[in-house]
Write a protein that binds this ligand. Structure first.
Ligand code: GDP
Length: 310
């Protein structure tokens, strides 16, 4: 059991959706939360990252800083998705080793798994097959991050762990149509179509791929739970254990938003991986389960969108 009480906890990437959820969640722990702005620490630069870490002396780190984006952003910016993520994780994980940080959690994503992994995907499916081409750049970087944690554990006994969340959604998400993930994209499209009185909205691909979704506040709660209780090599899946098709998701979002028009498919856009439901067994066996139901979660995010972005 690792106690966060009285500890200096650095949330790297605190302005992102996951990082900000971690900051919210850590407020109920008796710890001192550290954050670094881009001006204070350039996480892609080793010297800048190390200097910031040396002066702020974190006891533990949640590594939630990353270049993230949806299927189109991944396809458009492969160099940044690979380079930025490799640099950020290498600088922080190596820095944590150099400074003797007590505990570090690296956050990845379900896209680390082979495109055709048996479903639901258990942790041991890692590196058993080819990746989904639309996000292999990001996936390769995230696999490297898991292996960095395991390597420093094996060679130096560092208590570095990895958690792989499923597709996350929540307040603070990116609602930009070109770079966002599917959930915020559909919320925005349905909302704007409702305002315009449009007949239809257009979703990318066939609508048949299945995706699993987890509210980011559930994810943050799982991460804090793992930080306290998990200390081993190998990553842990963080998911809801349930998935639905993109068409079903679109219908649900339209119902919540109150848009009653048609759903049209843009077949020039990629489907990506057909399915990536992760097994939730390992995390469940550690006594954690999600609390936020998908429909309620989408309703609260739509409310957040109306208040902050619409
Ligand atoms: P992925 O999980 O890495 O594939 O990333 P996304 O969340 O970007 O996409 C998930 C699925 O939703 C893919 O099959 C997309 O083609 C589909 N999708 C449908 N409409 C949209 C949209 O407007 N934006 C995005 N990003 N994906 C969409």
């Amino acid at each position: 059991m690792y106690s966060l009480s009285g500890k200096r906890i650095w949330v790297a990437g605190h302005r992102g959706m996951v990082g900000s959820a971690l900051v919210r969640r850590l407020q109920s722990e008796n710890c001192h939360i550290l954050t670094a702005t881009r001006e204070e620490a350039d996480l892609k630069n080793q010297a800048s990252t190390l200097a910031w870490m040396e002066s702020h002396k974190p006891d533990a780190i949640f590594l939630a800083a990353a270049k993230v984006g949806g299927i189109l952003a991944n396809e458009t910016y492969p160099a940044e998705f690979l380079y930025d993520n490799l640099m950020i994780e290498a600088n922080i994980i190596h820095g944590a080793h150099r400074l003797g940080v007590e505990k570090l959690m690296f956050l990845g994503s379900s896209c680390i798994y082979p495109k055709f992994a048996p479903q639901p995907i258990t942790e041991d499916a890692l590196l058993t097959g080819s990746l989904e081409p639309t996000n292999e750049w990001y996936a390769i970087a995230k696999i490297a991050g898991i292996k960095l944690c395991d390597a420093y554990r094996k060679q130096y006994g560092a208590d570095f762990i990895s958690a792989m969340p499923t597709n996350l959604y929540g307040p603070g998400d990116n609602f930009d149509p070109n770079s966002s993930h599917v959930m915020p994209a559909i919320i925005r499209k349905a909302h704007e179509a409702k305002l315009r009185g449009a007949d239809s909205i257009t979703v990318w691909g066939t609508g048949t791929p299945k995706r699993e979704f987890l509210h980011v506040d559930d994810c943050a709660d799982a991460c804090v739970h793992l930080m306290k209780t998990y200390s081993s090599d190998g990553h842990v899946n963080v998911g809801s254990g349930q998935d639905l098709t993109i068409l079903e998701l679109t219908q649900l979002v339209c119902k919540i938003v109150g848009f009653h028009g048609d759903i049209v498919h843009d077949l020039s856009k990629p489907d990506g991986t057909p399915r990536k439901l992760m097994s939730a067994d390992k995390l469940r066996s550690m006594n954690w389960a999600p609390k936020i139901d998908l429909e309620d979660g989408i309703a609260t995010v739509y409310k957040w969108f109306l208040e902050n972005r619409a």
